[in-house]
Design a binder for this molecule. Structure first.
Ligand SMILES: [Zn+2]
Length: 291
């Protein structure tokens, strides 16, 4: 009898285990937790302050992915290192085409799809700019893709996930009103950015990105390029350099000194600063800094 009770307790624990989810980036973890809540247990491979393009896979990554029910990435060849982890983890559930593999960018219209592909152009993304999560409207679509992924591996949670998705999307719509208002109050919307990460953000909030400090994606500036940016900023009246926290500040400082511009260094992922504890506070934080 006691054995039977123990067995039943054990079976129940198994049954109630949360879905194990691995995401490449903390922002995906945050969105997934909003939709999945207590039905999921989510871990991000990358740290909040890391550059999403260049994450060095650690042995612990393979172990985590081996045990995962679901693997969620942005896609668009942003996290190429994620595929390397999957290749060595040997988990059939998260292979491309399986229900356990989610590309949060699926169906999102991308900007800057290159006409020609060449190594000489730097780290060019063949499917267009992958930095889609800096536009809250696109995050609604990403959340929808994540919700579909959750349903695919946990059909019993369908109604729960769809209700949470709706709540999350409504929350974004509400926040967007305040964000757009804040952005509208910024008079000089001309920016130079370090990397081409801000195209979707700029389009949504009415900023104009006139150039990048990187000479090409993934390649730090040459002195010649630096001087060209200085000239461009002076001619166009750009007073703001927007850069992620993880980029080297030296070239931005060199340029700022000669253009009388301000450097706005901000996180682009959830948790990189204590103030950006979720997606909403991340976008608010970036807009506050720009203000
Ligand atoms: Zn990029």
């Amino acid at each position: 009898m006691r054995k039977l009770v123990l067995l039943l307790v054990f079976a129940q624990t198994l049954w109630a285990l949360p879905i194990k989810i691995i995401t490449t980036l903390p922002v995906l973890k945050n969105i997934t937790e909003e939709i999945g809540q207590n039905r999921v247990s989510v871990q991000s491979l990358a740290e909040p302050s890391q550059d999403a393009h260049f994450v060095q896979p650690k042995p612990t990554f393979m172990k985590k992915v081996r045990e995962a029910d679901l693997f969620i990435e942005v896609g668009l060849e942003l996290e190429l290192w994620g595929q390397k982890v999957i290749d060595s983890a040997g988990n059939p559930k998260v292979q491309i085409g399986q229900p356990g593999r989610v590309f949060a960018s699926a169906g999102v219209p991308t900007l800057e799809i290159p006409q020609v592909l060449s190594r000489q152009l730097g780290d060019v993304h063949p499917y267009g700019n992958p930095h889609i999560w800096l536009d809250p409207v696109l995050v609604k679509k990403m959340a929808k893709n994540i919700c579909a992924g959750l349903v695919a591996v946990d059909y019993e949670g369908l109604a729960f996930y769809e209700k949470n998705l709706k709540t999350y999307q409504d929350k974004i719509d509400q926040a967007l009103v305040a964000w757009e208002k804040k952005a509208a109050q910024i008079s000089n919307k001309k920016l130079v950015t370090y990397h081409r990460s801000w195209s979707y953000f700029a389009k949504r909030f009415g900023f104009e990105v006139l150039g990048q400090i990187e000479v090409k994606p993934g390649i730090p500036p040459t002195p010649k390029h630096r001087d060209e940016i200085i000239l461009l900023m002076k001619e166009a009246g750009v007073k703001t350099i927007l850069a992620e926290l993880f980029y080297d500040r030296t070239p931005s400082e060199y340029i700022a000194k000669r253009t009388d511009a301000k450097i706005v260094q901000v996180p682009i992922d959830v948790g990189a600063v204590p103030e950006a504890k979720d997606y909403f506070s991340l976008i608010s934080y970036i807009l506050d800094k720009l203000s």
